[in-house]
Design a protein around this ligand. Structure first.
Ligand SMILES: [Fe+2]
Ligand SMILES: [Fe+2]
Length: 208
């Protein structure tokens, strides 16, 4: 199933590598890109919190939320170092395509909310949105790490990627346990996520 998802991403790979290669050569651009990743991680952590507003989160959910918040801090901290200024916002000047980043997350959320019918709908939406985000993070951060290494940059995403891979495995196991038709649903939702990401990525390309 995951190889089918790789095929879906394949046509985007060269473009994404070219984008990253261009971004990391310029400290200002790179700092703004890192701050955009911080924005996405922050939205992710906030969404986990909001999806558990009426029900106590268990230890695994708390860990997931804390790790996404830490990733937001990690990227913001690296962005500050490159931009050589304290960062207090996710504004147009300190990020890349922030409106498109928010729209990507918002539309993914509402698409899944619309598609998923389950008795424990809040739990199900949290797991499905997280799975789609983790699949994208797995692809995008893997390529980012590759490009950073190729260009001998000191920034390393290795420990962050290790945490994301654990999240991905947990979300995958959870949706498989929750939904007997998950194997059919994953490629359908991934195709929709792919369209949303393509739109976001086109805006990122325009911003550099
Ligand atoms: Fe993360
Ligand atoms: Fe994650």
């Amino acid at each position: 199933m995951l190889s089918g998802l790789e095929r879906l991403n394949q046509p985007l790979e060269a473009r994404f590598r070219a984008f990253l290669t261009r971004v990391i050569q310029d400290d200002t651009m790179h700092g703004r890109f890192l701050n955009t990743l911080s924005l996405l991680e922050h939205i992710g952590s906030r969404k986990i919190m909001l999806s558990h507003i009426h029900k106590s989160p268990n230890g695994e959910v708390l860990k997931h939320m804390a790790e996404e918040a830490r990733h937001a801090y990690f990227f913001s901290n690296k962005a500050q170092a490159l931009l050589k200024q304290p960062l207090n916002d996710y504004s147009q000047n300190t990020t890349l395509a922030p409106a498109a980043a928010k729209m990507y997350f918002g539309k993914l959320d509402s698409m899944i909310e619309h598609r998923i019918t389950a008795p424990e709908k809040n739990d199900a939406c949290y797991l499905w949105v997280s799975l789609m985000i983790e699949l994208r993070a797995h692809w995008a951060y893997g390529l980012y790490q590759d490009v950073l290494q190729q260009h001998q940059k000191s920034l390393s995403l290795k420990s962050l990627i290790a945490e994301e891979n654990l999240h991905l495995a947990e979300m995958f196991d959870s949706v498989m346990a929750l939904d007997s038709s998950a194997e059919q649903t994953i490629p359908q939702l991934a195709k929709n996520e792919h369209e949303l990401f393509e739109h976001f990525f086109a805006q990122l390309e325009k911003a550099v």
